[in-house]
Design a protein around this ligand. Sequence first.
Ligand SMILES: Cc1ncc(COP(=O)(O)O)c(C=O)c1O
Length: 418
Amino acid sequence: MPNNVVTLHEKPAVSFDLAKIRADFPILSRQVHGKPLVYLDNGASAQKPKQVLDAISKAYTETYANVHRGVHFLSDASTVAFEKARETCRRFVNAQKIEEIIFTKGGTEGINLVAASFGSTLAEGDEILITEMEHHSNIVPWHFLRERQGVVLRWTPITNDGGFDLAAFSKLLNSKTKFVAVTHMSNVLGTITPLNEIIRLAHEVGAKVLVDGCQGSVHLPVNVQALDCDFYVTTGHKLYGPSGIGFLYGKYDFLETLRPYHGGGEMIETVTKDKVSYAPPPHRFEAGTPPIVRAIGLGAGLDYMTSLDRAAVTAHESALLAHATEELENIDRVKIFGRAPEKGSLVTFAIEGIHPHDISMLLDRSGIAVRAGTHCAQPLMERLGVTASTRASFALYNTHAEVDALVSSIRTVVEFFG
Ligand SMILES: Cc1ncc(COP(=O)(O)O)c(C=O)c1O
């Protein structure tokens, strides 16, 4: 079985202690509008366990100083903690070298970095192949190259069930395709893309591949060496870490050939009045004081995730998805978008005649947080023939009772609008 496949009907392993996990997340015990919080907006951002909150507090109270440049105790301690977080990120995606991990502000910055650095090597007429199911973060930076450099943007369609159309993709690849940028898991359809085949086919025509792992890395183990992708991007706030931090993986030999993204301190080797030389990766791509404590918090989030039985977590999240799907499709006027056989734990839907913003507002009154809108995926909304939709996205701490609360509130919404 490919390493990125989720089976929907696996049963959670006994080692998965949901009550203990929920107790790790202080916010989950709060009330909203006088009702217990049911947080189903994890695809937008996940809540933080106390292990992450403690790591952030400890970094500020015990080891905080700027990194890399100081010759004093705290700077040393801070540098050690910061670089330890980089090593945790390396392990999380199984990169070969720690130098292949570049800290960024998040998924968006990782993709913009690649578009600016690698993109500067592209010429008019070169082609970039993306897909109809990308988040704007993995569309707009490539549009910049279309607007500014005459690069041609091509779109792999989705299949009618919201899957990745591998046959169409392989037809679109040609000798002009210099780059493929593809999501690991759609933030709207939940579709998990066949990365092994995509990357192999792209490499056959000499194209480099970036994987947007902002959703995929939350739910699936990532092995960049096995995938053989050239870049893998992810973001901390969905991985139970802080917002404003993420990382970009890039193959070292390739990173070494790329221009820097931002200029400033830390990323240079020498600067004179008439020339500048650059530090090797990853520092070449990390100008200025980095997000030190956020990186430490991200490391703690990843440590938290890997301290759990990830197969059991995947099975639990898949069971939540199966439960939600089964219940929602039994409600009249509800239409679910995204029925690909390999799907991560989110469900996006429309209710005929009811605007998604009204749905989410009414659910909010019951303490249920979902997301309504275009989900930063306007080309996909256009393909689906809707202006907006509602999304419930599940995390490792959600329960079947919370899915039941969602379903029951949706039934009430449908009755309310008649
Ligand atoms: C698939 C996908 N890509 C990229 C992003 C952007 O991540 P960030 O907002 O952390 O920059 C998101 C966030 O919603 C996402 O879901």
